[in-house]
Design a protein around this ligand. Structure first.
Ligand SMILES: [Fe+2]
Ligand SMILES: [Fe+2]
Length: 375
């Protein structure tokens, strides 16, 4: 990190509006009263000086906001409360054993195996690699909520896996032993490991670009494409009246993920603008190509046999379609121009509104999701 740390708030200020270099702070500290004695004071924070990263204002001072949209995300996120225990799973237990075909059981169990590992990584990315590098508290607070939500999602998958009676030793190892699942996890893991350290100096432009690219990958591809599109095989079962408990759980998760993606895209846009940074088009092209190849292999595995209403080609086409949307939202070139949406029902599924809930799932009445702005 830069020499002047934004969280070095306990050293008396030398009086300037912007935080002084650490050496100057140390000098001032030596001449100041001992901690706890009267007379020590700090310069007031100017919210305009906050930055996404590399800021030097006081990380402990929430308001005034420089990024009021981040606080709005936090408030919106708090309107989507549930726990997996509130959704009945008894019918799913019966469906899994007596109604699903072998191909459908293969799809269902592998999607859960992939998703549960992914959510652990999403939690570690935000909580361990990203949050500490943010230098405005309103950003960290939403991300703290996101860390909780990723943990809640992990609990949700665990609840589904346990309720349905899947072999946990086997399911939780699939991302390691199945190459087509491992491919996606490995890509994410490599990206995460490049920024999973505290000593990255983000004032270095190469490091900053690496961090921005990693944030882009997780928000735009990992959450915005892979997650957004990752629930659809189970939604396809739900549309036929199967595995509706699991599908409803996933709908609640999807509401969170839509916000995670939208927040992440906003952060990336602001970061690029604030730092006058442009993502390298060749690096982006590589990201998209790697993501598409991993998704194609994954789709080919989970849907090695098509199921009624869903197949691997639809899955990959929808990935490309959503990727283009995310690229437009970030403000970069569409990676797969001209691709049409393959699943017109997906966005409606993502939005889960009571009045349009044609999937006949139970809707918890305390939800205030109608007030949420999606996507
Ligand atoms: Fe999640
Ligand atoms: Fe997420």
């Amino acid at each position: 990190m830069s020499a002047a740390r934004f969280d070095d708030w306990d050293l008396p200020s030398s009086g300037g509006a912007a935080a002084p270099a650490l050496a100057a702070q140390t000098t001032a500290s030596a001449a100041s009263p001992a901690p706890g004695t009267a007379g020590a004071s700090l310069a007031a924070v100017n919210a305009a000086d906050k930055r996404i990263v590399n800021g030097k204002t006081d990380i402990n001072q929430l308001a005034p906001f420089k990024y009021p949209w981040a606080w709005e995300f936090f408030l919106k996120a708090n309107r989507n409360h549930w726990t997996p225990l509130e959704i009945g799973m008894a019918q799913d237990v019966h469906d899994y054993s007596h109604k699903l075909s072998d191909a459908e059981r293969h799809v269902f169990s592998n999607v859960l195996a992939y998703l549960t590992t992914s959510d652990i990584m999403a939690m570690r990315n935000i909580g361990l690699a990203v949050m500490e590098k943010m230098s405005a508290p309103e950003l960290q607070i939403y991300q703290a909520r996101q860390v909780y939500e990723e943990a809640l999602h992990t609990w949700t998958y665990q609840h589904c896996i346990e309720s349905i009676g899947l072999d946990q030793q086997e399911i939780y190892n699939r991302y390691r032993v199945v190459p087509e699942i491992h491919g996606k996890i490995r890509l994410a893991s490599e990206r995460l490991n490049r920024v999973l350290r505290s000593d990255i100096d983000l004032t270095n432009r190469d490091n900053l670009h690496e961090f921005a690219l990693s944030y882009f990958f997780f928000a735009v591809i990992f959450e915005g494409c892979w997650f957004y599109n990752g629930f659809t095989p189970i939604f396809a079962l739900q549309r036929r009246g199967l595995m509706k408990g699991t599908a409803e759980q996933l709908q609640y998760i999807m509401r969170d993920e839509v916000l995670h993606c939208a927040f992440g895209i906003r952060v990336v846009r602001e970061l690029l603008k604030e730092e006058n940074l442009t993502l390298d088009p060749a690096a982006l092209r590589t990201l998209w190509d790697e993501a598409e190849a991993a998704e194609t292999a994954y789709a080919g595995y989970i849907l090695r046999e098509p199921i009624l209403g869903y197949n691997a080609d639809l899955h990959v086409q929808q990935f490309r379609f959503i990727a283009n949307r995310r690229a437009r939202q970030v403000g970069v070139e569409e990676p797969f121009p001209g691709v049409e949406g393959a699943l017109p029902w997906l966005d409606e599924q993502a939005n889960l509104r009571k009045e349009k809930n044609f999937f006949e799932t139970r809707v918890t009445e305390y939800q205030t999701g109608g007030a949420l702005a999606w996507d």
